[in-house]
Design a binder for this molecule. Structure first.
Ligand SMILES: [Zn+2]
Length: 675
């Protein structure tokens, strides 16, 4: 016998194509919490109205709920009996007969201390804490729990005064007081409409490290990082990072903070790493706490980056939010791009870019190559929790970076200004973002949407030809997007390819495409929009060496470049990412050759080095001695007397047997290693 009961039926996917506007909006939410670890009462007063644009007129009201106990319901003050609503087995609450605009009072009971899902309201180390993205708010009270329902929230928290002296929620604190000798309360008002996934509440025995920030327009903001007793001395770097991020967003994007307070809470049991709840960011302690005795440089960098990321969401995610969860990369891709740019401006742009590309290749490329490959904007999901992926975050950021590359810094800023101006306090789509970029710059980015719809990492092959009679150089570039699950055939992607041409002496050549009137200096971006294209450069003094995909201008795989060319680029390319990339490839090929030789029995015994005059005296000393020639941070390279005059001295690394790689000259070294 086959059991096909509902419990064992496969879950049905949610599809982007099935999106419909909500049948109702909720404009205001008044929440009152009576906190108890085993038994918390939540009273919610919702100001609800029908959406005039909804497809179905007279539709029933459906409220999401999960693991809730319904205590009472009242519509416009009139208590509703059990015959006026339906509770579905999965927790959904349905009211079939409701007016066009009304107030609904809902009282629920929840048990935070037994909430081991850590979604909704739960206890952590004796404190109360929330996590509502993506669908945790429905575990607090009945609600239309989708991001395109944006409401203004007022939150009143009542709790035991001794055990929970600190009561925090979104927005600004407006009042507080004592109920009696044992219990107290605090009221918070968030003036900005927000989706339910940004709701937050924290109550507990916490201490604040406080500071202040004055915005560009003169508004005073009280900053606080709330931690457990004993952690107060580990918040300095997080606070400094927050203030830097606030200033940077004003200077680079003209975006100011919009509340009177900004609170960060660090808790140890926090699944998400960090969460951008409006005015009340909640972090795992590892992204807040650091002191020199116990934290590494990487810890410090991660804290700066994650603090900034969550802060930047205040505009890209909170003020302008996602219409539905298919648009997750709208906020995450854009905000990762913003935190990457912030970090690049704080230290070395080249080192940051190299690190970000290494992360992308290590985490996202395998995803794109495997059975879990999915587009940056997926078109269906079973559970959205599974889509917080490197593709949505890191590849999503690369897509935003490509738009930045195509439009330039000023063009991108124009696009951001228009995006914020058009969509402030709205829940929008990736198309809306791309349209703002397009409209602000008078360009057509229609083809660009393929990057959001097609999974897979494009593979680029390059052939070139030098014509010595016409002094012209042709670059023939082809792309192939491999098939991925559910997407057998792909259309060509629009790929911005940042390139430069180097002369035989390693100097950067001015370049002119045949259709152009004048030469251009330095890196230029050509747009590959077809499956294959030819770019013809004219009026060149000598056959050039191409430096391709500078700055990793697109998330693609550049197929085999000849070894001699890579060695030349590793020595000469003035663009730091491309030079690093060439060096990596030369070293990788040398190592692979050495492994192959060793396997075939042709290589010397490991740990021993074939003596060569002037190179190696004993064992592994060669590598140590030669690496030591690399310039230390802040120190100039030693000049190499064997190199021709007029060139800066270079460090050298000898790899394996007979492979020699010049690393960099002093000027270029500083640009990479100084932080
Ligand atoms: Zn984020």
């Amino acid at each position: 016998m086959l059991d096909i009961s509902p419990d064992t039926a496969p879950p049905q996917p949610v599809r982007l194509a099935d999106y419909r506007p909500p049948a109702f909006f909720i404009d205001t939410v008044d929440l009152a919490f009576e906190l108890g670890a085993a038994d918390t009462r939540v009273k919610s007063r919702l100001g609800i109205r029908r959406n005039p644009a909804a497809a179905e007129h007279g539709a029933a009201l459906h409220l999401d709920g999960e693991a809730l106990e319904l205590v009472s319901l009242a519509l416009d003050g009139e208590p509703l009996g059990a015959n006026r609503y339906q509770l579905q087995p999965e927790g959904r609450l349905t009211l079939a007969d409701v007016p066009d605009a009304f107030t609904l009072d809902v009282e629920t009971r929840i048990a935070p201390q037994s909430n081991t899902a850590l979604s909704g309201l739960y206890t952590s180390g004796g404190n109360f804490c929330t996590q509502c993205e993506p669908e945790g708010f429905r575990r607090i009270t009945y609600f239309i729990d989708r991001p395109d329902v944006m409401a203004r929230y007022t939150t009143t928290i009542t709790a035991d005064k001794q055990r929970y002296p600190v009561l925090l929620a979104n927005g600004n604190p407006v009042a507080r007081g004592d109920n009696d000798a044992r219990r107290h309360w605090a009221k918070w008002v968030d003036p900005h409409p927000k989706p339910s996934y940004l709701f937050a509440l924290v109550a507990g025995d916490l201490l604040a490290v406080e500071d202040r920030f004055t915005t560009r327009s003169g508004k005073e903001v009280a900053l606080a990082i709330w931690v457990r007793r004993g952690d107060e001395d580990k918040c300095g770097h997080a606070m400094a990072s927050l203030k830097k991020a606030m200033r940077w967003d004003e200077e680079v994007f003209g975006l100011e903070y919009d509340l009177d307070v900004f609170n960060i809470v660090a808790v140890s049991d926090f699944n998400m790493g960090a969460m951008e709840n409006k005015g009340l960011n909640i972090f795992n302690t590892r992204y807040v706490l650091a002191k020199p005795e116990t934290a590494t440089d990487t810890d410090y960098q991660n804290i700066e980056s994650v603090i900034a990321h969550e802060y930047f969401h205040n505009w890209t995610g909170n003020r302008v939010t996602c219409r539905d969860w298919f648009q997750l990369s709208l906020k995450e891709g854009l905000t990762v791009f913003r935190d990457q740019e912030f970090a690049a401006d704080q230290g070395s742009r080249a080192v940051k870019r190299i690190g970000d590309v290494r992360t992308l290749r290590a985490m996202q490329f395998p995803e794109d190559d495997g059975p879990l490959a999915h587009p940056v904007r997926p078109d269906s999901y079973i559970r959205i929790d599974n889509f917080y992926t490197p593709t949505v975050y890191n590849k999503g950021a690369e897509l935003v970076r490509m738009i930045h590359t195509l439009l330039g810094r000023e063009g991108f800023r124009r696009g951001m200004d228009l995006y914020i101006r058009r969509h402030d306090n709205q829940a929008v789509t990736i198309e809306d973002f791309v349209a703002a970029m397009q409209d602000a710059n008078g360009v057509d980015l229609g083809q660009f949407k393929r990057w959001y719809e097609q999974a897979g990492t494009p593979e680029i092959t390059v052939e070139d030809r030098w014509d010595k009679t016409t002094k012209s150089y042709e670059l023939s570039i082809a792309q192939r997007v491999p098939p991925t699950p559910g997407q057998a055939a792909k259309l060509p992607m629009p790929i911005p390819l940042a390139i430069g041409l180097l002369g035989p002496d390693g100097a950067e050549l001015p370049t002119r495409l045949e259709e152009e009137a004048e030469h251009r200096e330095g890196t230029r971006v050509v747009a590959l929009t077809e499956a294959s294209q030819c770019f013809r450069f004219v009026d060149l003094p000598a056959p050039p060496v191409p430096s391709l995909l500078r700055g990793f201008s697109a998330p693609v795989k550049l197929q085999e470049i000849p070894l001699e060319r890579l060695k030349f680029l590793a020595i000469n390319d003035p663009e730091p990412f491309a030079r690093w990339e060439a060096g990596q490839q030369v070293a990788t090929r040398a190592l692979l050759d050495a492994i192959r030789a060793r396997r075939s029995g042709a290589a010397p015994h490991p740990g021993r080095c074939r003596p060569r005059p002037g190179l190696c005296r004993r064992g592994s000393g060669t590598a140590q001695r030669d690496i030591s020639r690399r310039p230390a941070r802040g120190r100039r390279c030693r000049r190499d007397p064997r190199r021709p005059r007029g060139r800066a001295g270079r460090g050298r690394l000898r790899i394996g047997d007979g492979v020699r790689l010049d690393l960099c000259d002093a000027r270029r070294c500083r640009s990479i290693s100084d932080r």
